[in-house]
Design a protein around this ligand. Sequence first.
Ligand code: NAP
Length: 285
Amino acid sequence: MSILNETYTLANGIEIPKLGLGTWFIDDALAAQAVRDAIEIGYRNIDTAQAYGNEHGVGEGVRTSGVARGDLFVSTKLAAEIKDYDAAVAAIDGSLATLGLDYIDLMLIHSPQPWDDFRGGDYADGNRAAWRALEEAYRAGKLRSIGVSNFREADLANIAEGAGVVPHVNQVLAHVGNTPSELIAHCAEQGILVEAYSPIAHGAMLKNPEVAALADTYGVSVPQLCIRYTLQLGTVSLPKTANPDHMRSNAQVDFEISAADMATLEGMKAADYGDYSAFPVFAGK
Ligand SMILES: NC(=O)c1ccc[n+]([C@@H]2O[C@H](COP(=O)([O-])OP(=O)(O)OC[C@H]3O[C@@H](n4cnc5c(N)ncnc54)[C@H](OP(=O)(O)O)[C@@H]3O)[C@@H](O)[C@H]2O)c1
């Protein structure tokens, strides 16, 4: 069976495909074709965000893919800067309108802090307010599941206060060279599925000779090894590409990394994102 047909089950019983397509940096004008290509290849899980500026194109790709809406899993994210209830309610409806969809399969709070203050000040009240808006949209059937992104244990504990729904998902930076093992274990204990974003380290792993040498021993590419690694951690893997050849090869991960090699990869510390280090998510805070 192809990884494209494999799913995890969220705490509320909703199935989520294990491999998804990341769409950060896919221009809105190109996103519809990228999404159609991915769906044609067999992808059923598409990840976007308000901040990516491509919800319109992603939604168009979903709607014109020829695959039934119910067979697709579409995620988006509430902008990190939105930390009040009314703005969150409006933004959730905004995503539905921009995507042109009747419902969203998963919506996440993009970050516990606005990007210009990432890992900075206290947004506890704002996150609880945003969470309340997500919970209400979930209960109204606009969102089939809800979650968070870039949340650490304290951020999770904060929204648990007074919340009716435990986040179904926490989407975090997780790749060979940067594995948040304790957070992944904590989420597993809470019944929160972890999604690994930037599984190829935003492309940085392509230049890593140690990882390339290990990939060679399995007869696979660096992206295939990196994607397989995140899947064996028990996370959803979200590699980004608009290139159909890369989409195809990224889904060919039908091999098993040995326990010893998993331990080696988990122990690696390699998180130099080059020109992209300035992005808050890669700033290492
Ligand atoms: N929640 C958050 O805060 C957050 C933050 C970052 C990312 N994300 C999500 O995670 C997704 C993935 O992360 P990412 O975009 O940072 O990076 P990534 O998926 O780790 O790496 C993407 C890079 O790898 C290249 N690539 C992919 N497959 C390849 C292949 N088979 N051969 C050669 N090169 C390949 C891509 O180039 P080509 O395009 O040329 O294939 C691109 O340069 C994002 O798109 C987004 O959906 C979420």
